[in-house]
Design a protein around this ligand. Structure first.
Ligand code: SF4
Length: 351
């Protein structure tokens, strides 16, 4: 049995959903007192997820507001037009839940995994070392599918009688994936018009969504001309800014490209923060290594176009691509061409 504090911390759980159902609040009620406080908190939730994800945590003392604010925010997000924004929202919420789960007692993690997601998970018979849980390999595979790190590969895990050994942190990370999928599923656009009562708040949220919807806005802040980058790099930036993941070679390519194009290590760190699998320690290590601040002090450059092509990272080469063999050469040439076209004197008007 979970407490109201638990339901507010983990409003995605089946118990929180039952609690919300018992309140019996209709969509039209949300614009009148006292339920409009739920709508306000839902909007705040969305703002935090999109702009200040580190601040996402229960904020209302009243569980009758805090708990339903989560499904209300999800309902609002379902009517948002941008898929990238929905993903960013889902990533921010699921990350904040997984952070809290890492600090929970193992019993709580086990209860959520079993009751809400139906995972086949249990404690090991004899608790030795760092193993907290045994998870059935099917649930493990479903939720580790997008993890790039080698430690998640099934071949690198200890598998016994169909179960994989996990630490609490690893379990929280896998739950993050499960929660993210659940949010994305629920934010699929319903094939109906948004309720009239919500139109005002929805146009505000759609406005928020367009404020920072592309990589262009993010990178432009650190004086790199995104418009001059090749398509392969632009696509990687867009993947990250929408909360997606990059393969190992994708991360290496993007980091080394940005560093060589003039970004600082902190700029690159800031950018990677939007990725759903962001791990501050590991990302910092990789960024410093690639920029030459660690190890052999070598500054790495991105792979050549041929290599990127082999890894499926070259996308729709344009005319300039046909004349270069390296994404950085593309960027340098394009910068020169752009500057020339800006510097070109204006034609005298015909008289
Ligand atoms: S040809 Fe090279 S620069 Fe152009 S999209 Fe492909 S990998 Fe990128």
């Amino acid at each position: 049995m979970s407490s109201e504090r638990d339901k507010a911390r983990y409003p995605f759980t089946s118990e929180a959903a039952e609690f919300v159902k018992s309140l019996n609040i209709g969509v039209d009620d949300l614009t009148s007192e006292p339920y409009n406080l739920i709508l306000k908190r839902a909007e705040q939730r969305i703002r935090q997820a999109l702009f200040k994800p580190d601040e996402l945590s229960p904020q209302e003392q009243d569980p009758n507001i805090e708990i339903p604010s989560f499904p209300t925010a999800i309902m609002l997000m379902a009517f948002v037009d941008s898929e990238n924004t929905k993903r960013r929202y889902a990533v921010a919420e699921s990350k904040s839940f997984s952070k809290k789960l890492k600090d929970e007692e193992p019993e709580k993690v086990l209860e959520i995994a079993k009751r809400t997601f139906g995972w086949r998970i249990k404690h090991p018979d004899d608790k030795t070392g760092t193993v907290d849980f045994l998870l059935h390999f099917r649930e493990y595979l479903t939720n580790s599918r997008n993890m790039n790190e080698l430690k998640w590969k099934l071949t690198n895990r200890y598998l016994k009688s169909g179960y994989i050994q996990l630490t609490k942190d690893e379990t929280a990370r896998l739950l993050e994936e499960e929660i993210q999928k659940k949010i994305l599923e629920k934010t699929k656009h319903p094939k109906v018009e948004p309720p009239k009562a919500l139109q005002e708040i929805l146009s505000e949220i759609n406005g928020l969504a367009s404020v920072r919807s592309t990589s262009q806005d993010l990178v432009q802040t650190f004086s790199i001309e995104v418009a001059d980058m090749p398509q392969c790099i632009k696509r990687m930036l867009d993947t990250l800014s929408s909360g997606g993941r990059l393969s190992h070679i994708g991360r290496f390519t993007l980091t080394s490209f940005l560093i060589n194009a003039g970004a600082t290590e902190e700029d690159v760190m800031d950018f990677f923060k939007t990725a759903s699998d962001f791990d501050e320690g590991k990302t910092r290590y990789q960024v410093e290594h690639i920029s030459g601040g660690r190890g052999g002090k070598t500054r790495y450059t991105p792979p050549k176009c041929d290599t990127l092509r082999t890894h499926g990272l070259c996308v729709g080469p344009d005319e300039l691509c046909k004349r270069v063999k390296h994404p950085l050469s593309y960027y340098k040439r394009k910068r020169i061409l752009s500057k020339r076209s800006v510097a070109k004197p204006a034609q005298a008007p015909e008289i």
